[in-house]
Design a protein around this ligand. Structure first.
Ligand SMILES: [Zn+2]
Length: 236
């Protein structure tokens, strides 16, 4: 299934057709809406038909069984008939903040060279959990400075495709210990930050690190004996 957000995270509007719209949600032939996953929230926005009916999409999920992307809305929202042509418009303000913070997390994993055991982000802040014990003291100012230096260096961010077999041969690329990507897939997407980072990831990212803008390290918390949580936020 082609999924436009996977190739081009900057598509904010897209014409497609309804496959099915029932109580479970709206399924489309293709979409620019990112489904919740990898710690990144699902997209919101609207779908509009030629008659002007507007459906507010509040969240986007991927069905575990069918792997279809399902667009969710309020139970009393209008429903489109199968085959209806609709125009999707993303809540771009929210999504772009996800893209900036998501890319910032990749950089954070380069500043702190330790195994990542978890991560999450919203439009306001983002966090990574690291497999670090008490022997390693994390300095908030140092991390913030190093992170903002990588951002200001404005490295290009690009997408590369690889196979599960090729990735299995380079396990050092898999930083996220708790969420190893499935290695039996024919195609796995890698995100390269020039001269800085390469890792498998299915989320949405900005095209250059400079787009992230200034970030702050909000807090560093101990979450268990071998778990340090670093929370960052966009300065704006
Ligand atoms: Zn990513």
């Amino acid at each position: 299934m082609p999924e436009q957000f996977y190739r081009n995270a900057y598509l904010t509007q897209f014409d497609t057709r309804v496959v099915r719209h029932d109580e479970a949600g709206l399924v489309l032939e293709d979409t620019i809406f990112y489904p919740t996953g990898g710690g990144q929230p699902g997209d919101s926005g609207v779908a509009r038909d030629a008659l002007g009916t507007v459906l507010d999409i509040t969240d986007t999920r991927r069905d575990r069984a069918s792997r279809e992307i399902v667009h969710l809305s309020a139970p009393d929202a209008p429903r489109f008939a199968a085959g209806t042509e609709v125009t999707l418009t993303l809540d771009w303000t929210r999504r772009y903040r996800h893209m900036r913070l998501h890319t910032a997390l990749h950089l954070l994993s380069c500043v702190i060279r330790a195994g990542v055991t978890g991560g999450n982000l919203s439009a306001e802040s983002a966090r990574l959990d690291f497999d670090i014990g008490d022997e390693w003291v994390l300095d908030r100012d140092q991390i913030e400075q190093a992170l903002n230096r990588l951002i200001a260096d404005d490295y290009p961010v690009s997408i590369e495709m690889t196979s599960g077999a090729a990735l299995a041969a380079q396990p050092e690329l898999i930083k996220t210990m708790s969420v190893t990507p499935p290695l039996d897939l024919p195609e796995i997407r890698l995100i390269r930050i020039e001269d800085t980072d390469l890792q498998p990831c299915g989320g949405t990212h900005v095209a250059r690190t400079g787009e992230i803008g200034r970030v702050t390290v909000k807090k560093i918390e101990n979450k268990g004996s071998r778990n340090k949580r670093v929370v960052i936020a966009l300065a704006d």
